[in-house]
Write a protein of this length. Structure first.
Length: 274
């Protein structure tokens, strides 16, 4: 089965192009609490999408699922609603899947699942060393639909120089083994278009298949709409890029004999990068 591809946007025109091209999930990103502090100075995307964006995108797509990343579990403040109210608004405005970022405790995931209460699918985003320490307990919770490993923040938490070190040092593999054993679908990280990326997308996709992953985010570099403005060119990038990924997946799925070779090459490339 091919990877579920996700693309982050709050623009209806881009969402429709992505959907038509075969992207499975349109990703609206509301997370902002604590993000700039831990990622300050890094070349990372901080989107701060809104409830209005969710409704707007929900009304613009028909076949892709709408995934929304909310904020970490939090209480109400003077200028922002509580997690419960935020999640309720997200569901009311059309989210099919909700992602919880930056949790550290089992109780946070448990509260998240309880608030959603089967009204949407839930995906905890595993991106802290503290969460890794208690992942066995998290996987025993009822109501987990999927789990996703956020390589960027998790690598920061471990003091790594490059986020794909976690792919080469066995961290992701160990987590995937636990997910698979618990029968919880899982994914990790982002991928660029084929032939692109400091660690080539082909290498990462092959690792997804070797490790049994079921989803990945199309990274900003797959189609950077801050740099590409012409809608025809954006449409071409999506149509060609997704098709190339799907064609490559077909090759990987029937030629698993080179998994070991690819794994070795990933380790060598990451070592050169760091």
């Amino acid at each position: 089965m091919s990877l579920k591809l996700m693309y982050i946007t709050n623009r209806a025109d881009i969402a429709q192009i992505a959907e038509t091209s075969g992207v499975d999930r349109i990703f609206v990103d509301m997370e902002y609490i604590g993000k700039s502090l831990r990622q300050g100075g890094m070349d990372t995307v901080q989107n701060c999408h809104t409830i209005e964006d969710i409704k707007y995108i929900s009304e613009s797509i028909s076949t892709a699922d709408l995934l929304v990343r909310v904020n970490p579990i939090h209480d109400e403040t003077g200028d922002y609603v509580s997690s419960e109210e935020e999640i309720n608004h997200v569901i009311e405005n059309g989210a099919n899947i909700i992602m919880l970022p930056y949790f550290k405790k089992v109780a946070e995931v448990e509260k998240f699942i309880k608030i959603v209460n089967h009204r949407a699918k839930v995906i905890p985003l595993l991106e802290t060393p503290e969460a890794v320490e208690v992942i066995d307990d998290i996987l025993q919770l009822e109501g987990l639909d999927e789990i996703f490993v956020g390589l960027n923040d998790l690598s920061l938490g471990y003091g790594k120089k490059f986020m794909f070190e976690l792919l080469s040092d066995g961290t992701v593999e160990n987590l995937c083994y636990k997910f698979k054993k618990a029968n919880v679908p899982y994914g990790f990280g982002g991928i660029a278009a084929l032939g692109k990326g400091i660690l080539p997308a082909e290498k990462i996709i092959t690792e997804h298949y070797r490790l049994g992953s079921s989803c990945a985010i199309l990274s900003r570099s797959f189609c950077n709409i801050d740099q590409v403005k012409h809608m025809g060119e954006i449409s071409k990038i999506f149509l060609n890029g997704v098709k190339e990924i799907r064609d490559f997946e077909k090759e990987v799925s029937i030629h698993s004999t080179f998994f070991s070779k690819n794994q070795k090459e990933v380790k060598e490339i990451v070592q050169r990068i760091i």
